[in-house]
Design a protein around this ligand. Structure first.
Ligand code: PEP
Ligand code: MG
Length: 579
């Protein structure tokens, strides 16, 4: 029985069987063959092509009858590529002429073909190079003997399985959830990455930053994954299994107890009301928003609509998606405009855009990307505005760093309103517009932003990342990620003050808002609107109901004067214990 430790990110415990998945590209061997080996090598190549075709035909035959037609045509397209002479015949000539092995011959032809597609001006045709890569990978897998049951097959059924892999993108996490994986473990990643946030929202027990996960764990190992403590027990004995089954029961019990708070008011002991909102990524989370009686949606991460698909959703599809949420939720819905980039790539970061971005978190992300691509941004703004006709909606802009960016966004929104008016489309002309304050520059100048906005929301996930200069997805520096760092606390306080002075609401939508460790501290700092994954809401409500604002204010003022991180943490914990 082996025990491993990492950073637990999803609450809950999973007990199940491991499946180790690898997306790493295997090394393609290159070696010479003798003339008398040419026939065998050519036959080996043809057999690999045939096996790849048979694999695709089998997937086609096993498609459920209600599977979307696009899936079948997608498979057909891959089958046709396997008939293409460049992939099916040219490598045989290379084997004969260059006396090289089949894998290398295939690589030479594939590289040429991929380069042709990548050089095309049309972005749709350019993106087709990914299909060629996928088809060629299938043939290479057969040549290299990489098994379909594990290897790099990210398409297999994962029901009840615990995925063990090097890293998982948010896009893959969504896909794997649909394939019903029970939990996941990754070598890389941090607890505030978008993948981790998604795991919490979707109740997937997960542990990241394990380093040796794919080295020590094997497909079919039985695992206990404790997402709370970050502990994994490999091939547990009966005692460990019984103990964790008991913990699972305790968790269910705790959840039941917290559920009794559903209809209780979110108000402190001394009568101060506190607004509790939900963060959502996917429509399937809506029922939970209602289950925990959230007073609205404080952060709708719209970029998830754009993942694992091609082409991106058009205005109409977005309008339908936003309207659905707005009609379903009683309170206001805060729709965050696209925050793509960094660790949230539409295809999980697999697109080879041809550009190697060294610091994607500092790159063309969120509002920067949107302003750079009005063709992407305008349809979204139109869709949100049109959806505002169905209920209370707010627009929230991510990653603002200068008011100049804000002015550009406001101008674009005005333009869109003008267009919609001309088209006789209905929308709320007074739609509130807010900004996420998550870049230190914006935090320091929050007063300037507050002058032009209807609300501010503190995005602590990025604010901490950028303030402390630590990549939130880099497990090597995650130990420095500290919401209690005095720099972070001072920034939070000054953003709240900027909101108070401008008389506009300030919420917090980063993970810090959903962690009961910080609830009293934040109340003491003056925060009155918390937005979090629905899962965390009942416990936060419990803490709020047990807190007394008057005494917290004095305690918090003292806390801000403490410079030693350990003492600060101890004081926060002590504040949390007070009756
Ligand atoms: C944040 O940065 O705190 C935030 C809420 O946005 P995201 O986690 O999606 O970057
Ligand atoms: Mg952010």
């Amino acid at each position: 029985m082996l025990t491993l430790h990492g950073a637990g990110v999803g609450n809950g415990i999973a007990i199940g069987v491991a499946v180790v998945l690898s997306r790493e590209q295997p090394d393609i061997p290159e070696y010479s063959i003798k003339k008398n080996q040419v026939d065998d090598e050519s036959l080996r190549f043809s057999a690999a092509i045939t096996a790849a075709k048979q694999g695709l035909v089998k997937i086609h035959q096993e498609l459920p009858s209600d599977a979307p037609a696009e899936i079948a045509s997608f498979i057909d397209a891959h089958l046709m590529m396997l008939e293409d002479p460049v992939l099916a015949e040219e490598p045989i000539r290379t084997i004969e002429q260059q006396l090289c092995n089949a894998e290398w011959a295939l690589k030479c032809s594939a590289d040429k073909l991929i380069a042709v597609f990548k050089s095309m001006k049309d972005s749709y045709l350019q993106s087709k190079s990914i299909d060629i890569v996928q088809v060629v990978d299938r043939v290479q897998d057969n040549l290299l003997g990489i098994q379909e049951s594990g290897g790099r097959d990210f398409n297999q059924d994962l029901e009840g399985r615990i995925v063990v892999t090097n890293d998982l993108s948010p896009a893959d996490t969504v896909l794997f959830r649909h394939r019903r994986m029970a939990a996941f473990l990754t070598n890389l990643g941090g607890p505030i990455s978008h993948t981790a946030i998604l795991a919490r929202s979707l109740h997937i027990p997960a542990i990241v930053g394990l380093h040796g996960a794919t080295r020590y764990l094997r497909t079919n190992d039985v695992l206990i994954v404790d997402g709370r403590s970050g502990v994994i027990i490999v091939n547990p004995d009966q005692r460990a299994l019984a103990e964790y089954h008991e913990h699972q029961e305790e968790e269910i019990q705790l959840k039941r107890e917290l559920a009794t708070l559903k209809d209780k008011a979110s108000v402190t002991k001394d009568g101060e009301p506190v607004t509790l909102l939900a963060n959502i990524e996917l429509p399937e989370e809506l029922h939970e928003v209602k289950d925990v009686a959230a007073q609205g949606v404080g952060l709708y991460r719209t970029e998830y609509l754009f993942m694992n698909r091609e082409p991106p959703p058009d205005e109409e599809e977005q309008y339908q998606a936003y309207s659905l949420v707005i009609k379903d939720i009683k309170g206001p819905v805060t729709i965050r405009t696209l925050d793509l980039g960094a660790d949230k790539q539409v295809d999980g970061g697999r697109t080879e855009s041809g550009k190697n971005i060294t610091n994607p978190a500092l790159g063309l992300r969120a509002v920067r990307l949107c302003l750079n691509e009005p063709g992407l941004f305008k349809p979204q703004l139109r869709a949100i505005l049109r959806a505002s006709n169905h209920g209370p909606v707010e627009i929230m802009i991510p990653m603002l760093s200068s008011v100049n960016e804000l002015f550009q966004v406001l101008e674009l929104i005005d333009q869109v309103k003008h267009e919609l008016t001309k088209e006789n489309q209905r929308f709320n002309p007074e739609i509130p517009i807010g900004g996420i304050i998550e870049v230190p520059a914006a935090a320091v100048t929050a007063d300037l932003f507050a002058e032009h906005l209807d609300f501010l929301s503190i995005g602590t996930n990025d604010l901490i990342q950028y303030t402390l200069a630590i990549d939130r997805v880099d497990d090597d520096v995650n130990y420095l990620y500290d919401p209690l760092h005095p720099a972070v606390l001072r920034l939070i306080r000054s953003i709240i003050e900027a909101g108070e002075q401008a008389n506009i609401p300030v919420s917090m939508c980063g993970e810090m808002a959903g962690d009961p460790l910080y609830t009293r501290l934040l109340l003491g700092l003056g925060l009155r609107v918390f937005s979090m994954e629905p899962f965390s809401l009942p416990e936060i409500k419990k803490t709020i109901r047990e807190s007394d604002i008057a005494s917290l204010k004095a305690d918090t003022a003292k806390l801000l004067g403490i410079s030693d991180p350990l003492t600060l943490r101890q004081q926060v914990e002590q504040m949390n214990r007070q009756e």
